[in-house]
Design a protein around this ligand. Structure first.
Ligand SMILES: [Fe+2]
Length: 249
């Protein structure tokens, strides 16, 4: 398997590129709108063809590149069936693996951050989306978020994977790239150790987080699989504009 972890700095999102070396088929998980040219270039450089995009959930902090990548490369839009978006080409759900050439991706229903959130397991790796972050977890105060549901998703579904499973989150705000199930079980300050459900719910409700900057544009845009709304104000246009090549030599 070819595997790349690609970073989008505006929303601190990790996009994952997975490629099957035998068939040349590739998938992008959680691609972000401004970085679609970079992601397609990475796929071309590896000699691969993009066949699917796949999101872990309806994002509130960025717009998915799914629709743009479909237009530019002919990829098909895979997304959790439970979100029932009309723009989905390939609905995914737990129990039905998605094949990308010889790769097998197992969706794991992990609600709590949103009500439709899925993590994706690939053998000894798991892409945990916003359910489980390194030393953290996604917020539960929007998009039908539900702290008890997140507690169960992480502790019963994700923490039941083997301890050596590598954890690749959808975001990190401090440059951390990878963890493991064993490490998060032992050390995650929100959900690890012997954290009780009641303690976790109290902790999440006490976070008092700021209203998400881009949510009012991102959620409707992502319900259309990645359309930038026309009323995005100038100071938020960076979420919609294609990122310029930042290499300067
Ligand atoms: Fe999210």
């Amino acid at each position: 398997m070819l595997f790349r972890q690609l970073f989008e700095p505006i929303s601190s999102t990790y996009t994952y590129l997975l490629g099957c070396e035998e068939t040349g088929q590739a998938i992008l998980i959680d691609p972000v709108l401004p970085t679609w040219p970079r992601d397609l270039a990475a796929i071309a450089e590896l000699g691969l063809k993009l066949v699917y995009t796949l999101d872990t959930h309806i994002h509130a902090d960025h717009i998915t590149a799914a629709l743009t990548l479909k237009r530019e490369s002919g990829s098909r839009i895979a997304h959790p069936a439970i979100d029932a978006l009309p723009c989905i080409d390939v609905p995914v759900q737990e129990g039905t693996p998605l094949a990308v050439g010889g790769l097998r991706i197992d969706p794991l229903f992990t609600p709590g951050h949103t009500d439709g959130h899925h993590a994706y397991r690939l053998g000894d790796r798991v892409l945990t989306g916003d359910a489980l972050l390194i030393d953290g977890c996604g917020r539960t105060d929007f998009q039908n978020g539900d702290a008890p549901a997140l507690y169960h998703s992480v502790r019963e579904t994700l923490f039941s994977l083997p301890d050596g499973t590598l954890v690749y989150p959808a975001h990190d705000y401090e440059g951390r790239q990878v963890s493991s199930i064993g490490q998060e079980k032992a050390r995650n300050p929100r959900l690890g150790g012997d954290r009780s459900l009641a303690d976790f719910v109290a902790l999440m409700s006490a976070l008092d987080l700021a209203y998400p900057t881009f949510i009012d544009y991102a959620v409707p845009g992502n319900r259309e699989c990645g359309v930038c709304p026309t009323d995005v104000p100038e100071d938020l246009q960076q979420y919609c504009r294609q990122m310029r090549d930042s290499r300067q030599g």
